[in-house]
Design a binder for this molecule. Structure first.
Ligand code: G1P
Length: 297
């Protein structure tokens, strides 16, 4: 069992975001805003809280807005400074990255999540690494990846975030075959990507947070095509089950699927209600709205 500090994270952001067309015709879906912050900012903040120091983005054509987002904006900064808008300058600080802490790689062909992660192999080298899928936004008192890093300190190996889903939804996810259930940590005896409903080994689904050993990168070298004809990250992780080194982690928090319109709307409501500056007005509006809906029925 190998254990080391996790300081590198991969953010696969090459997807076309076709579910959000026409919005995603000219903006990457990771730049779409939840309240007033782009989706990607939530994932970056979570990674930072977990101790990540190097941020690797796997991008594709049309994602330059992402690179600009994390760049300094000298003109904007100096005009805010002149206007004495210190609060706004503070907000901008969250978007700044230390020099050399962020890297962008291109995935040249859309061959799947496993392939996107594999594109970062040279930057990962022989170290454990995290993967965060920005579509999965997780509201939690202690950020999800931080919870996982703490659990990983006990287990080592490979750890995936996991959550019980309604059984009929399991085929939309990677699904764990539970070997030993220790409560928040589950030792997996198998893992399968998007199983047919009747073949799902459980309803414990993989959510987009991973801490992986470099062996998973080596497994990805095989370029094995899996579910949907894509190179699947799940398959490369599943190969480590034989070594007894794959764990599911039932995180404490609420996950929103911001890759779907309904999930994005739910997240918008939840994050809006959680904001002290918006809560009262928004809450009152939602109450009125629900009352109107009921009256109309
Ligand atoms: C990906 C992974 C899947 C995981 C899911 C979580 O699937 O391949 O194993 O359960 O993210 O959101 P996708 O949603 O990209 O099809």
């Amino acid at each position: 069992m190998s254990k080391r500090k996790v300081t590198k994270a991969i953010f696969p952001v090459a997807g076309l975001g076709t579910r959000f067309l026409p919005a995603t015709k000219s903006i990457p879906k990771e730049i779409m805003t939840l309240v007033d912050r782009p989706l990607i900012q939530y994932a970056i903040d979570e990674a930072r809280a977990a101790g990540i120091k190097e941020f690797i983005f796997v991008t594709s054509r049309g994602k330059s807005a992402l690179e600009d987002y994390f760049d300094r904006a000298p003109e904007l900064e100096s005009s805010l400074k002149k206007a004495g808008k210190e609060q706004l300058l503070d907000i901008l600080k969250d978007t700044n990255m230390d020099s050399g802490a962020i890297a962008y790689l291109r995935q040249d062909r859309p061959l799947g999540l496993g392939h996107a992660v594999w594109c970062a192999r040279r930057m990962i080298g022989n170290e454990p690494f995290a993967v965060l899928l920005p579509d999965d936004v997780i509201a939690a008192e202690k950020p999800c990846l931080q919870q996982m890093v703490e659990a990983y300190e006990q287990t080592g190996g490979n750890m995936v975030a996991a959550m019980e889903v309604p059984p009929e939804k399991a085929s939309a996810y990677g699904v764990l075959d539970i070997g030993e259930d220790m409560g928040s940590i589950v030792k997996a005896k198998g893992m399968v990507e998007k199983p047919k409903a009747e073949e799902a080994p459980s309803n414990l689904a993989v959510i987009g947070r991973y801490i992986l050993s470099p062996k998973v990168m080596t497994n990805l070298n095989k370029m094995k095509h899996g579910a949907g004809g894509e190179i699947q990250l799940t398959d490369a992780i599943a190969e480590e089950v034989a070594n007894g080194e794959v764990y599911g982690f039932r995180f404490r928090g609420q996950r929103y699927d911001c890759g779907s319109k309904a999930g994005f709307l739910q997240a918008t409501v939840a994050f809006g209600l959680a904001r002290p500056d918006l809560r009262d007005e928004f809450n009152a509006y939602l109450h009125d709205m629900v009352a109107l809906q009921k009256a109309a029925q």
